[in-house]
Unconditional design. Structure first.
Length: 230
């Protein structure tokens, strides 16, 4: 029997639904039946996870996600994924709070980058994802150098994520701005760019950017499906 997947989601609803749809649709495309793994979703209320990081209360983020992860474990999840990039800042604390394994998005993305033979990549995401060191530190363990946009471009990326994408809004003007930022990263030596927020693939793809992009939602969801089927 496949392992039962626990998805810790709600941050945002759009990305959580993308995970669910990717896992179920990919299974059916691969095996031509509907025997995909059972999935339990714990969708948190998003507002505290906007407020607490802005207040630099990552201790509260860790406590809240740990409680949610424990609920998934109690409900029967065999393993857990956090369906968002930024909250991987507290991944280790959440993992320590449960007895079932958790699959790190950062590790899955790192393996995907190495699989493409790349050593230097750009990173787009929330300001926390771009400015905190957890992403760069985790990938540095795999020998990968991570470049981030300059301060003004980081603000643009963050504003588009929170003001548009988490609300399901996709704007052509914002797509053009993201492509320009990606081009700057490529000029600095990025061989590819991590779409380090699970909503960004709603806005931009490789056809727009002209450079390899790492869709963290697809990479992480694929890793979860494969692990469930092992």
């Amino acid at each position: 029997m496949p392992k039962r997947i626990g998805i810790l989601g709600g941050m945002s609803p759009e990305s959580t639904s993308e995970y669910y749809e990717y896992i179920t649709h990919t299974y059916t495309e691969r095996f031509d039946d509907y025997g995909y793994p059972e999935i339990i979703i714990y969708s948190v209320s998003f507002q505290p996870y906007v407020d607490w990081p802005n207040e630099d209360r990552w201790d509260l983020v860790a406590q809240g996600l740990s409680k949610a992860a424990q609920s998934l474990e109690a409900a029967g999840a065999d393993f857990i994924i956090i369906a968002t990039n930024t909250m991987h800042l507290v991944f280790d604390q959440v993992q320590a709070s449960v007895n079932v394994p958790m699959l790190s998005l950062l590790d899955a993305v790192g393996e995907a980058i190495l699989g493409r033979g790349m050593e230097t990549v750009g990173l787009l995401g929330t300001q926390f994802t771009m400015e905190k060191t957890f992403y760069r530190d985790r990938l540095a363990r795999k020998g990968i150098t991570v470049l981030v946009p300059d301060a003004s471009d980081r603000e643009v990326v963050n504003d588009v994520i929170y003001d548009e994408l988490v609300a399901g809004q996709v704007c052509d003007e914002s797509r053009a701005r993201f492509v320009a930022i990606i081009e700057k990263l490529a000029a600095r030596g990025a061989e590819g760019v991590i779409l380090g927020c699970t909503e960004i693939p709603l806005l931009v793809n490789e056809a727009d950017a002209g450079i390899p992009l790492f869709d963290t939602t697809a990479i992480h969801a694929e890793a979860a499906l494969n692990y469930a089927l092992e």
